[in-house]
Design a protein around this ligand. Structure first.
Ligand code: FDA
Length: 396
């Protein structure tokens, strides 16, 4: 049986950061993961270039039942702290937009950075390694006993960094939530987030032939609003604006799409009230042509489009209102197989915001995406993984 100061389960973004910090403090650290390939989520992130942080990270970029929880950890490990690490390893990076930082090369560079820092901090690895049982014990040097595929391990501090449920095909499991349940720690409702939205076939007839068409729009739902690109897919809508709003969408809720966020649509249409052009042809001044045709058909219940001069003022005002607030109700999301993250998780009211330690189970820590702290799209989820991993690594 091996005896450790700290065992971290899950060698992803948060787990490696935690292991590095604990190792640097002289703790004996074992990092184990059931996967055979290291940090697959980092590898696939940011289209293969890893959007590793966001310069403008603020607590407002996170969704949680306990919105202030993330403040302390984010303040103690900032985007600049991670950028310094990236620069120390000579990794070249660029800002794509809105503070989002990506590697110039590939996400593998971030994995190599973390692996290298783990090795420098003396972290021991076990991969692939399954944990079949976790038990609380009370020994002078240990509080937990783990049964693993490679034997028994006892430890004073146990850190759960097994992430969320998204992309089960690359190793996501419900392990973290099951450990929480075992120790009677509440888990908030889980849902796929940062995920494409799906529409019923009858809503889609006009649009399903247009996959790949993209446009900038402002999308809102349940008080949240994002202006980004929107993308038509075979089954519904995707693109950054939709991924962002999906984190706020709940079954049955409509979403509202402002297709012309920069112009006064009513004024513009009324200026053209004498135009003999067909409505969709006029709309192509601002919208992609095939989308304008499908959209006009959709809002007129399948009626053929008319020349603009055949609409009365009330109808033009009504069309303008729909251009600014096209209301559609998704019938679902594309699910965990396509979601970037899991919304909800370990109830943070059960944890210390300074250390991530469970209040009622001394020595048990939860970090990263397994917590009920979900970032917006744009590098925020990794910043949370680094910051929460750092906080636990300094304490465990
Ligand atoms: P993470 O999922 O990284 O790691 C969990 C680890 O636990 C994995 O290695 C897994 O194998 C292991 N594990 C799971 N169950 C286990 C078990 N039972 N036993 C042992 N080990 C187990 N975010 C961002 O900020 N910028 C971006 O560019 C992207 N891009 C992106 C693209 C795609 C396609 C996805 C799916 C996600 C993103 N994200 C992102 C989100 C980001 O990847 C995610 O929030 C972090 O990886 C979460 O880090 P964690 O360490 O918490 O979990």
């Amino acid at each position: 049986m091996s005896v450790k100061d700290v065992v971290v389960i899950g060698a992803g973004a948060a787990g490696m950061m935690c292991a590095i910090e604990a190792g640097k403090r002289g703790r004996s650290v074992l990092l184990l993961d059931h996967a055979s390939k290291l940090a697959e989520k980092i590898r696939v992130s940011g289209g293969g270039r890893c959007n590793f942080t966001n310069r403008y990270t603020r607590p407002e970029n996170f969704i949680s039942h306990n919105p202030h929880f993330c403040r302390s950890a984010l303040a103690r490990f900032t985007p600049q702290d991670f950028i310094s690490l990236v620069e120390k390893h000579g990794i070249r990076y660029h800002e794509k937009k809105l503070g989002q930082l990506f590697c110039d090369g590939s996400s593998q560079q971030i994995i190599d950075l973390l692996r290298h820092e783990c090795d420098a901090a003396g972290v021991e690895w076990q991969m692939p390694c399954r944990v079949s049982n976790v038990e609380r014990i009370s020994a002078s040097d240990a509080r937990f006993m783990l049964e693993t595929g490679r034997g028994l391990v006892s430890t004073r501090a146990l850190v759960i960094a097994t992430g969320g449920l998204s992309i089960p095909q690359i190793g996501a499991t419900s392990f973290g939530y099951r450990v929480a349940e075992q120790f009677d720690i509440n888990v908030t409702r889980l849902r796929p987030a940062l995920v494409p939205l799906i529409f019923a076939p009858e809503q889609l007839t006009s649009f399903s032939q247009l996959p790949g068409i993209a446009m900038e729009a402002t999308v809102s739902c349940d008080g949240a609003k994002f202006r980004e690109n929107l993308l038509i897919t075979h089954r519904g809508l995707s693109g950054p604006a939709i991924l962002q709003i999906s984190s706020y969408w709940k079954p049955g809720f409509p979403i509202y799409i402002d297709l012309l966020p920069d112009i006064d649509a009513a004024g513009w249409l009324l200026d053209h009230r004498n135009s003999p052009a067909l409505l969709p042809n006029l709309l192509t001044q601002y919208l992609p042509k095939r989308f304008a045709q499908a959209w006009t058909e959709a809002i007129s219940g399948g009626q053929p489009a008319k020349p603009v001069n055949q609409y009365d003022e009330k109808s033009l005002r009504n069309i303008a209102a729909q251009l600014h607030g096209w209301q559609i109700t998704p019938c679902g999301t594309a699910g965990y197989r396509k979601a970037e993250v899991t919304l909800g998780g370990i109830d943070t009211r059960e944890l210390s915001s300074k250390t991530m330690e469970a209040k009622k189970v001394p020595g048990l820590y939860f970090i990263g995406e397994v917590l009920d702290v979900t970032g917006h799209l744009g590098g925020f989820n990794f910043q949370w993984a680094w910051a929460s991993g750092h906080a636990a690594g300094r304490a465990a």
